[in-house]
Design a protein around this ligand. Structure first.
Ligand SMILES: C[S@@+](CC[C@H](N)C(=O)[O-])C[C@H]1O[C@@H](n2cnc3c(N)ncnc32)[C@H](O)[C@@H]1O
Length: 322
């Protein structure tokens, strides 16, 4: 984490160096004072020291190292460290020959958008809600100047730390904070990814406006979120849970999203994909240990959630900052 303020000048983050350093210091103290945080720090400290002989960040399964890189006994230590950090929601990965499938096959989402977005080479990228960094690692294959993830949930943040411990990508960073806690890096980013986050915000227009502020003019927003079917102007605000999630606030139609984008300072909004989420993309695996999509749908009508709402469908929109 400390690498970020240390490299602030090189990365054009000079004006925010102090604010970033203070935020990181506060989070570091918080983690050290938290039971879960201390457990994850100990887990990190016990990771076997191994240098990967090879990487593949361009394939659907992110691969770091191979089984032959490990000394005897190291595989068991590494496997146990990975298990401590369950659930692995995003992936899949192959770490030194240990293949692990996350709840989501995140390659499907990446493949839906990768051919449409502005090329990431040389760009400053923000990934809001970056989870374990699966997408950051996929981005690294496209040579951005910097790709910064923000991920407040400690389990996922430490998953990223573990992967980065071995990947050692100098252009990748993750901070264990919410987007709202990050200093307003006004006009700094060339591309902002907001995937799977907007429907969890109580005030989605304020969130979109905040994303606009951190983009430079003509910078690109990659927005993926739950939507309603249909081409009319409707928004669902579930009364209680949606697909068993208690933190889903707004599901708009794609047409409403276009309007939100325009009202929040974006132009040229276009929808590049709408997909119903299937059990190929989201399913229980041994690395998760929780319920998954099929448990969230009505067993008699998989077109509906257990609460009777339209089943999860997600749209990907691109738009540029005006
Ligand atoms: C549904 S997941 C999506 C993960 C990933 N972006 C994807 O599309 O697969 C939402 C993630 O955002 C994180 N998150 C929730 N609130 C956030 C906030 N205010 N700022 C940044 N991340 C947040 C969660 O911890 C979680 O990892």
């Amino acid at each position: 984490m400390e690498r970020l303020p240390a490299q602030a000048d090189r990365l054009g983050l000079g004006p925010w160096r102090e604010a970033l350093a203070e935020l990181i210091a506060a989070r570091t103290r918080m983690i050290a004072g938290d039971g879960k945080g201390r457990r994850y720090l100990a887990n990190e400290a016990g990771l076997p020291e191994v240098t990967p002989s090879s990487f593949d960040l361009a394939g659907d399964r992110v691969r770091i190292g191979s089984a032959a890189d490990l000394a005897p006994g190291q595989e068991a230590t590494l496997r146990s460290a990975l298990e401590t950090l369950q659930p692995w929601r995003k992936g899949p990965f192959n770490l030194f020959g240990i293949e692990f499938d996350s709840e989501w096959d995140s390659s499907l989402k990446w493949n839906r958008l990768a051919g449409h977005i502005a090329p990431l080479a040389g760009r400053r990228v923000l990934d809001i809600g970056s989870s374990n960094g699966y997408y950051l690692l996929r981005m690294a294959a496209h040579k951005p100047q910097l790709a910064l993830g923000v991920e407040p949930y400690l389990t996922y943040f430490f998953q990223f730390q573990l992967l980065q411990h071995y990947a050692r990508r100098p252009e990748l960073f993750t901070l264990p904070v919410t987007f709202e806690e990050l200093p307003v890096l006004e006009g700094y980013f060339d591309t902002v990814f907001s995937m799977g986050v907007l429907s969890h915000r109580r005030s989605p227009l304020d969130t979109l406006a905040a994303m606009r502020r951190v983009l430079r003019g003509d910078g690109q927003l990659v927005l993926e979120t739950l939507v309603l079917p249909g081409d009319d102007e409707r928004v669902l605000c579930p009364d209680g849970r949606y697909a068993k999630m208690n933190n889903v606030y707004f599901l708009p139609t794609v047409r409403v999203l276009f309007g939100w984008l325009r009202r929040c300072g974006f132009k040229d909004g276009r929808c590049i994909d709408v997909s119903l989420t299937t059990a190929t993309e989201q399913r229980a695996t041994p690395w998760v240990g929780t319920e998954s999509l099929t448990d969230f749908l009505d067993p008699l009508d998989p077109g509906r959630t257990v609460e009777g709402y339209p089943a999860p469908r997600r749209a990907i929109l691109l738009a540029e900052a005006r």
